[in-house]
Design a binder for this molecule. Structure first.
Ligand code: PLP
Length: 370
């Protein structure tokens, strides 16, 4: 079996599994208890927070643990909108469904306007339109734009968006779930105000993540209670939190080597597809997420069950969208970039474990399936 769906989730690092296993054997204290076992558990949690914050060049007090990306997004969107300060949310139709659903839900709940910026064929927003929307905004805005698109790999200049937001004193939330461990994000640069991480995207366990909340920002919690300095109630999952920090340290150490590897493998894959597979093109920009390639296959009756054909051949990829009965449903991102009517999307996302041989098999199956 060949796994090329690493934007959906990644295989856990064996060393991280062993570490988590070991912790489970040795520690079962509740970090909120004041006795010795509790204090040991507290050290594990705080050590993880220190590691993660130092990788992101922020203060440990700016990191809060969650159950993953979706909870992080819900926490920030709810926690910012509920305060009655924000009159408009500015976002884009290519955001992850977790973000779009949260914005729709909480904006309705708190009576906040939503402005959807349009995107071009590669999924880029127009910075001048963002500027104009902020200029026309009556009150204060929350701008929510993802750092990298999980389907077509489009990258956002957080610097440019951050500067525009600063000009109008807007708050800037960036969904950084796909870029933690791929780029050396430095959140201390002044932007964004809020960012999101999810461990299972960088070889850590599922069901654990973090939010970054810039020092001076105040966000109301989603779960009410005392843990995580009143920001996220519930006994901390100390094993998953510690494993996430370890996975993040490992991915940061291997980031330069991974970048070289992705560059070589991505060029190899694109060359092979361009020279050997007729009629297909690519979705998203040439320079995007380094591990991701999204192929546009012209729709025919013959390729309706494209994903299923890959699956039967033992190659796991995705259409970048929900999949029912093996048929590809049109993705909201393909719709937003105006390509859903004519093309099916095949998203291939590599990890540090992907080999050239995996890509060769992928190309062979692609040739047979379209
Ligand atoms: N945001 C993006 C860009 C994602 O790719 C994902 C996961 O697919 C999420 C948010 C949700 O993260 P989680 O699976 O940890 O809830």
């Amino acid at each position: 079996m060949i796994y090329l769906d690493n934007a959906a989730t990644t295989q856990m690092d064996t060393i991280v599994i062993d570490y988590m296993h070991d912790l489970m054997h040795k520690h079962y204290g509740n970090p909120s208890s004041i006795h010795a076992y509790g204090r040991q558990a507290r050290v594990i949690v705080e050590d993880a927070r220190t590691k993660i914050s130092s990788l992101l060049n922020v203060s440990p007090s700016e990191i809060f643990f969650t159950s993953g990306g979706t909870e992080g997004i819900n926490t920030i969107v709810n926690g910012v909108l509920c305060k009655d300060e924000i009159t408009k949310v500015i976002t884009s139709p290519t955001e992850h469904f977790a973000m779009l659903s949260s914005i729709n839900h909480y904006a309705k709940l708190y009576n906040v306007d939503i402005c959807m910026l349009s995107v071009d064929e590669e999924g880029n927003i127009d910075m001048n339109k963002l500027d104009a929307e902020l200029q026309n905004c009556d009150g204060k805005a929350l701008v929510s734009l993802m750092h990298a698109n999980n389907e077509i790999g489009t990258l956002l200049s957080m610097k440019k968006v951050g500067e525009i937001c600063e000009k109008y004193q807007a708050l800037f939330l960036s969904d950084t779930v796909q870029t933690i461990g791929k780029f050396n994000n430095d959140f201390n640069a002044g932007y964004p105000h809020f960012a999101i991480g999810s461990a299972h995207k960088f070889h850590g366990p599922k069901g654990v993540g973090f939010i970054y909340i810039k020092g001076e920002q105040k966000v109301d919690p989603l779960f009410i209670g005392s843990q995580e300095r009143n920001m996220r109630a519930g006994t901390e999952n100390i094993f998953a939190i510690a494993a996430m920090a370890m996975a993040m340290e490992i991915i940061y150490e291997s980031m330069p080597a991974n970048a070289i590897k992705y560059n070589i493998l991505k060029s190899y894959l694109i060359d092979r597809i361009e020279s050997e597979v007729n009629g297909v093109s690519f979705n998203g920009p040439k320079i995007g997420l380094p591990n991701l390639v999204n192929i546009a296959v012209p729709k025919t009756q013959n390729n309706e069950m494209l994903l299923m054909k890959f699956d039967i051949s033992g190659v796991m990829i995705s259409g970048g969208s929900a999949c029912s009965s093996g048929a590809l449903k049109d993705s909201h991102v393909m719709e937003a970039i105006g390509k859903a009517d004519k093309y099916r999307a095949i998203r291939l996302a590599m990890s540090k474990y992907t080999t050239k041989a995996d890509l060769d098999i992928f190309v062979d199956v692609l040739k047979k399936s379209i």
